[in-house]
Design a protein around this ligand. Structure first.
Ligand code: 5RP
Ligand code: CO
Length: 223
């Protein structure tokens, strides 16, 4: 089965976003992952609504928006208005996660819940049936180009079990350090969606990289 690929805009060339988004539009990428950072929840500031709105005007792929901000519920309506397909909020940033998930759905978007590397998947036991996607951070959020945290493979297994046992339909998305070495192992571990920033946008042939990320593993590697 093909893997959903969501290249991360954070690694694009901000002096020529049009060229990089043209590449995404031509490519086999399924979604475009947009990292919004506030300098409080994470120690970095990326971009906000003016950039998201401009990107939405020229990008033909659905936007998968990853909010690394405190109290993301303040921006649900605005995110829906810009036309995002999915709003990903951090478990660690939401005091009333149940309400936030329902508000995201009421605004017509898919609801994603993101876990930092140190947050265990069992924290999702009481909301897994309500979410469309769980985004596992495989780096500490805030920066692109970091080293993949190996414990993510085992975490995917624990999350897969939680999803199965609860009868949830949630997809498993992994973000951070996804490249030629980690992607096949993530596929074998059962990931549904791969986010990849530097590996895609710094590649000589980014469209080919996206195609390879989305391809199923050869049968002898899927064992
Ligand atoms: O959420 C993120 C960082 O907080 C980015 O989506 C992620 O880091 C992607 O970058 P790379 O593939 O270069 O690791
Ligand atoms: Co991200």
């Amino acid at each position: 089965m093909k893997t959903i690929v969501s290249p991360s805009l954070l690694a694009a060339d901000f002096t020529n976003l049009q060229a990089d988004i043209d590449m995404i539009n031509r490519s086999e990428a399924d979604w475009l992952h947009c990292d919004v950072m506030d300098g409080v929840f994470v120690p970095n500031i990326s971009f906000g609504f003016p950039v998201l709105e401009a990107v939405k005007r020229i990008c033909t792929k659905p936007l998968d928006v990853h909010f690394m901000i405190v109290k993301p519920e303040r921006y649900i309506t605005r995110t829906a208005k810009l036309g995002a397909m999915m709003m990903n909020v951090h478990y660690e940033a939401c005091t009333h996660l149940n309400r936030t998930i329902h508000e995201i759905h009421e605004e017509g978007m898919k609801a994603g819940v993101t876990l930092n590397p140190s947050t265990p998947v069992c924290m999702l036991e009481d909301c897994i049936q309500d979410v469309d996607i769980v985004l596992l951070m495989s780096v500490n959020p805030g920066f692109g180009g970091q080293k993949f945290i190996e414990n993510t493979y085992a975490k995917i297994g624990r999350l897969r079990k939680l999803i199965k046992d609860s009868g949830s339909q949630a997809l498993i998305e992994v973000d951070g350090g996804v490249n030629a070495e980690t992607a096949p192992k993530l596929k074998r571990a059962g990931v549904d969606v791969l986010v990849s920033g530097s590996y895609v946008f710094k590649a000589e042939e980014p469209e080919q990289v996206i195609k390879t990320l989305s391809s199923p593993l050869p049968p002898f590697l899927s064992l």
